[in-house]
Design a protein around this ligand. Structure first.
Ligand SMILES: NC(=O)c1ccc[n+]([C@@H]2O[C@H](COP(=O)([O-])OP(=O)(O)OC[C@H]3O[C@@H](n4cnc5c(N)ncnc54)[C@H](OP(=O)(O)O)[C@@H]3O)[C@@H](O)[C@H]2O)c1
Length: 294
C-alpha cells in the first residue's frame, strides 16, 4: 500500500466520481462521517454543489493526465456517470487512469437486468467487461430502477395525463440512498480491497404501474390512472412534449424492460450489507408527494 493513498491520520482516501449526482451526492454526504478522506471528482469544481468538508477536484475526461492527477492519492474509487453517449468512454478512461496510478479498489455503479442492445445496458456491459480485464479489486453495483425515475412522471401524474408502455409488467424500484449506503460499505471494506464481486440491489418488493397509481390515489386522496400505450404511441407523446429522440428512445426502452418484468427480482442484498431494510417506495412517494400535486 502506498503511504500517499492514506491521509495524515492513516485514513483511506476515497475518490468519488459523480459526487454531484443522485447516488454520488447521497454517498459523499454519508461518507462525511466515515473514517476516510473524500475527494469529489467533478467537471465543475467551482459549482459549489458539494457538502462542506468534501474536497472538490476538477477533472476533464478529454485530458487523461487530469484523471491521473485527481486519482494519484486515492486508494479507492467510486464511479457513477450520468446517462450520456460519452459514458462508456469516460468511465473506461477513469478505470484506466485508476489502474495506472495504483488505485486498489473500484466501486462501479452499473445496472440490473438482462444483457441488451438498449442504452445504457449495453454501455454498462462494455464497461464491466473492461473492468474485468484489469488486475484490480472491484465491486460492481447492479441496482434495479431508481424510484427517482417517478419524478419524470410527476407533471403528467399531477395533470391526469400519466401513461406509458409498461403494460402490467412488474418492476422493483430502489431508493438511491440505499444504493449509496451499499457503496459506502463496499468502499470502507478494507478486508475486501482485493476482491472482485458484483451485488444485485433492489428495494423490498416489485410493483406494476397500476399498483403505483392506486398507492398515489391513496396518498393524494384523488383517483390517479396509468393509461396503457403502445411503444410508438408513447414515443410520440414524449417527442411531442419536446424530449429529444435520444431521451425518448431511452424512456421507451425502459418501458420495454418494465413491460417484460426485467427488473422484477427482489434480493436481500441491501439489508445483508447495510444492516437495514431497503426503503419502501411508499415512503419515497410520501416524502415527495408535493411533486404529484398541481
Ligand atoms: N435511473 C435509474 O433508474 C438507474 C437504475 C440503475 C442504474 N442506473 C445507473 O446509474 C448511473 C447514474 O447514476 P446517478 O443517477 O447517480 O447519476 P447522475 O446524477 O445522472 O450523474 C452523475 C454525475 O455524472 C457526471 N457526468 C460526467 N459526465 C457526464 C455527462 N456527459 N453527462 C451527464 N453527467 C455526466 C456529472 O458530474 P459532474 O457534472 O460533477 O462532473 C453527474 O453529476 C447510470 O450509469 C445509470 O445507468 C440508473
Amino acid at each position: 500500500m502506498s503511504a500517499s493513498h492514506r491521509s495524515l491520520f492513516g485514513q483511506p482516501r476515497i475518490a468519488v466520481a459523480g459526487a454531484t449526482g443522485r447516488v454520488g451526492s447521497a454517498l459523499v454526504t454519508s461518507l462525511a462521517s466515515a473514517p476516510a478522506e473524500v475527494l469529489a471528482l467533478t467537471r465543475n469544481p467551482d459549482a459549489g454543489q458539494l457538502p462542506s468538508g468534501t474536497q472538490a477536484v476538477g477533472i476533464d475526461f478529454d485530458q487523461p493526465s487530469s484523471l491521473e492527477r485527481a486519482l494519484r492519492d486515492a486508494e479507492r474509487l467510486f464511479i457513477a456517470h450520468g446517462t450520456a453517449p460519452r459514458q462508456p468512454a469516460n468511465e473506461i478512461a477513469l478505470i484506466d487512469a485508476a489502474v495506472r496510478v495504483g488505485v486498489r479498489h473500484i466501486v462501479k455503479l452499473s445496472v440490473l437486468g438482462p444483457p441488451s442492445r438498449s442504452h445504457p445496458a449495453d454501455w454498462h456491459m462494455e464497461i464491466e467487461a473492461h473492468l474485468a480485464s484489469k488486475d484490480v479489486g472491484y465491486t460492481v453495483l447492479r441496482p434495479s430502477v431508481f424510484v427517482e425515475v417517478l419524478r419524470r412522471s410527476a407533471a403528467s401524474i399531477a395533470d391526469g395525463s400519466w401513461g406509458g408502455a409498461a403494460g402490467i409488467g412488474r418492476t422493483n424500484f430502489i431508493d438511491t440512498r440505499d444504493v449509496a449506503d451499499v457503496a459506502r460499505v463496499a468502499l470502507l471494506d478494507a478486508k475486501g480491497i482485493e476482491s472482485q464481486r458484483a451485488y444485485h440491489l433492489t428495494g423490498p418488493r416489485s410493483w406494476n404501474m397500476q399498483e403505483i397509481a392506486e398507492e398515489l390515489s391513496r396518498q393524494l386522496g384523488r383517483r390517479i390512472r396509468y393509461a396503457d400505450r403502445t411503444p410508438s404511441q408513447q414515443r410520440a407523446v414524449l417527442t411531442g412534449a419536446g424530449l429529444s429522440d435520444f431521451v425518448a428512445e431511452l424512456l421507451v426502452g425502459l418501458d420495454r424492460f418494465f413491460r417484460d418484468s426485467a427488473f422484477a427480482e427482489t434480493t436481500t442484498t441491501v439489508e445483508q450489507l447495510t444492516g437495514h431494510a431497503p426503503r419502501p417506495l411508499t415512503n419515497w412517494l410520501a416524502e415527495n408527494i408535493p411533486l404529484f400535486t398541481r
